[in-house]
Design a protein around this ligand. Structure first.
Ligand code: GSH
Length: 319
């Protein structure tokens, strides 16, 4: 099976957590999709362009995190995330609905802040910020519900994926005034399936201020549109190729993934530690690297690192 994701998507993260919790890692290949860009090759795979998207072993594609999770959960015939029996089922539905409602609002807010500054709506941002405050107040109480404290379920996973968006949106500050929620979240976030799928730190929402990781790029490049993806980058679109001026803070770890683009890149500061075909190679300033299309690879950056990356889409590769 193949699961298309973006590293920052809370909905994709819900499905990724279920994969890890169910021990399905070896059966599901995780593929990074390019969403929200014109003519992404991903649209030929999933016309809606959304993630998560699961392609089953029989080739059928499934959308909607809840549907994907239910499918994955039932594969072994021993579902762990079905609704509880009796009256508790309504409570489980109610809590999952509340959690999903919070994630939906946060996703709208997150989408707004990665748009070019002149296209952002302050009204939507304000509306979603207020909604998130009300929802955090509500959850400070609901978090004591026995279903939020018992065996892991989809209400818990969904809520935690929503709250985890604090990493993507610096203005999402749900922690102050919500000590029980903080404690609940921090404990769940330490669980291996949550830690392994934690969203990468947010791209800056405005032209990088002096002192930020991106401030060393020339202003002409900093004025380019921001890349919407799991790391900070400014994006120059060329025909059938995206050129990213990317920066990775020290300590960034990008788990194994693959993409349809063929990538080459050159390091401009720091060091890229790349694992490809099970082999680790180190790339320092001036070094080029090459990642073939669809090749599973992982990366890590022990030092703050910048690169210029060229993501070639299929037509440019003559396919
Ligand atoms: N209800 C869907 C929501 C999926 C969704 O909105 N995914 C976003 C990422 S957070 C997406 O793929 N956006 C790309 C786009 O809208 O083109 C689910 O639960 O799977």
């Amino acid at each position: 099976m193949k699961l298309y994701i973006t590293a920052g998507s809370p909905y994709a993260r819900i499905a990724r957590i279920v994969i890890l919790e169910k021990g399905l890692e070896s059966r599901v290949e995780i593929i990074a999709a390019q969403t929200r860009v014109a003519d992404s090759p991903y649209y030929r795979i999933n016309p809606s362009g959304r993630v998560p998207y699961l392609i089953r072993d029989d080739g059928i594609g499934l959308e909607e995190s809840a549907v994907i999770c239910a499918y994955l959960d039932h594969i072994d015939g021993k579902p762990a995330f079905d609704l509880p029996a009796g009256g508790e089922a309504w409570e489980a539905r109610r809590l999952e609905g509340l959690a999903r409602s919070m994630v939906d609002g946060l996703a709208v807010w997150g989408r707004e802040i990665v748009r070019p500054e002149e296209e952002r709506s302050p009204t939507i941002i304000r509306h979603e910020a207020r909604r998130s405050e009300r929802m955090a107040d509500l959850w400070e109480t609901e978090i004591d519900h026995p279903l939020m404290r018992g065996a892991l379920n989809l209400a818990q996973i969904t809520l935690a994926c929503g709250l985890g968006l604090e990493a993507r949106n610096p203005d999402l500050r749900w922690r102050p005034g919500h000590p029980k929620l903080c404690d609940w979240f921090d404990r769940l976030a330490a669980r291996p399936s949550f830690a392994a799928t934690a969203p990468p730190r947010a791209p800056s929402t405005t032209v990088a201020p002096p002192g930020s990781d991106m401030a060393h790029f020339p202003e002409l490049l900093r004025n380019l549109p921001q890349f919407e993806g799991p790391f900070d980058a400014f994006k120059l679109e060329a025909k059938d190729c995206d050129v990213l001026f990317a920066s990775y803070p020290a300590g960034t770890v990008i788990p194994p993934h693959s993409h349809d683009t063929e990538n080459v890149g050159v390091i401009t500061q720091g060091e890229l530690i790349l694992t490809l075909d099970g082999k680790e190679t180190r790339h320092r300033p001036g070094d080029w690297y090459h990642v073939p299309a669809k090749a599973t690879h992982a990366a890590r950056f022990d030092a703050e690192t910048s690169e210029i990356e060229f993501w070639f889409h299929a037509p440019h590769r003559g396919e």
